[in-house]
Design a protein around this ligand. Sequence first.
Ligand code: ADP
Length: 618
Amino acid sequence: MNMVADRDPQGRTSRAAYAVETMPALRQRMSVAMAIFVFFMGVGTIFEVKNYPERASFSILLYGVEALAAALGIVAGWLPRVREHPKRIAAVTAIVILACINVYHGYVHAEAERLAIVLGCVLNLVSVLLPWGWVAQTVVATGGLASFAVAAPHLVAHEGVAYAALVLAASGTQSICAAFFLDRYRSEAFHRTAMQTKEAAISSALAHVGETLSKHLGEPDILDRVNHLAVDVIRCDFSSVFLFDDKRGVYWLASNVGSSPEVLAELSQLEFPANSLPILRALRPGALIAIDDTNDDSMVPPELSRRLEVASELVAPVARGDRIIGALVIGYRERRGPFSDREQRLTRGIAHTTAITVENGRLIADLQSANRFKSEFVATMSHELRTPLNVIMGYAEMLADGIFHPTEPEWTGTIGRIQEHAVELLELVNATLDMGRLESGRETVEIGNVDLDRLLADLGRELKPLAQPPVTLTFANDVGGGPIRTDRVKLKTILKNLVGNALKFTTAGSVHVAVAAAPDPNGEDELAVFSVCDTGIGIAPEHVSMIFDMFRQVDSSSTRRFSGVGLGLHIARRLVDLLGGTIAVESTPGEGSTFTVAVPLERATAPVDETQMARAAR
Ligand code: ADP
């Protein structure tokens, strides 16, 4: 695992990029400098021939050599292969010209000071004109000084040759400083521009990704789009999105683009438990893992990488806040070596966008399913409300039509049935209100002292009418001792729902409600374990996991034998959660079911809380 060096958008290092960038400028300016030389040499030759005809042949020769060197410098700037070394061409040409100037001035016994000034001017001219940095300038200045030393014995000096040499050294140093600062300024400007270009390219690529994904939000192939975009903008070989399955604790391949069909077939079969590979254990929100060469990396076994045809890869977590919900993996099948800054930034950015996309997708799916549930709920509720209402209206009409006389036993029976269905209606409305409170989060836990014997007795009294012979309803309290501390209303609602169901789905045999103390397997404390055991129709194993969901019933057809809206167990589970307990069921179809509720058992010292009792009675 590596973090990579800063590179330019094309993948070159920034120094190399600058050198390549300055090469054409260097060649171009070298031509300008040489042209200036050739011009001055022409002017100098005319001046010499006119004023000093006696030494014309020698001066023409030297000016000719200088002009030739300059012209060759220009030509070399265009020759294949040679043109790749513009600094060397420029330096050699400049040294030849400086040497010629020195030789000529030595030959004519010129003034040392004047020569030093001429040389200084030439050095400063090249340092300003050529973008070649202080090293090349130092080489040329040293060459100029050396050839000045060779010419020095033949020069005439008013102030002494040493003085002239000092002037020349000062000009040379000045030219080196100028070359250094100009080069630094140019390179900074280059990097600034390169950086701005890179930032703009990354931002526009990420904007393109965001825009495309937001256009297709909620579509089933959205993750394929993520991968296509990643391959397009990063220009990598493949891209995969793995999602994390919370329940099973495994990463699975949700989508891949770019891998071979064989790899894809293998990947779709694989599941990666969260702690199975070092790379998965190292995944942290915001952190990016770069594997530059899968052959020598300990994060993923090299054998697995070979099978999956991965030579190098970048792994970015797809996270919502602090929670990792998946991973984006981009990479190359053959390219090994460090990843550029651009590749890393884009991968990170696309992973962020993927997180938003996945979450929005989930949200949309949740909303759609909530909407579906709502429609089903309205349909079920209408049906459930209509059934008892129809019965009530039918019986009420019979009474209104005077079919039965108040003295007849049928009159009392009819009134009883009206009452029975009115109670059923009331329970339905109450369950819906309970749900509303739970959904809005308004339900609060009110802990008080609860006498279990009294609670079971109340339940027995209220539910006994539902236990139609030959079904028996029995209760047993094995907790013993005084009251316990819990929320009486919630506990009673939970048990009432469970016992109500047990009686509803049991046509023969018994319903037994028991409570006993048991040690908490996950801690030091005790639990109060309530069990509601019936000998009813039972529940098939494939239905057990869904009966606690809202509006879920084993038989939800319109022709079902048993009434109900599918809210009782959902409400019970939500209330058990509020009490910090657990609910479970064991069942065998045709033999019966046992629902078990375990809540923390805290024994109370004070007497039973009367306000809770009053609330519960309501
Ligand atoms: P309902 O209003 O339908 O009773 P619940 O949420 O209370 O809704 O129960 C959901 C479903 O679970 C029921 O419709 C039934 O299919 C199944 N169920 C619950 N309790 C029992 C039980 N004791 N025996 C058999 N099936 C049960």
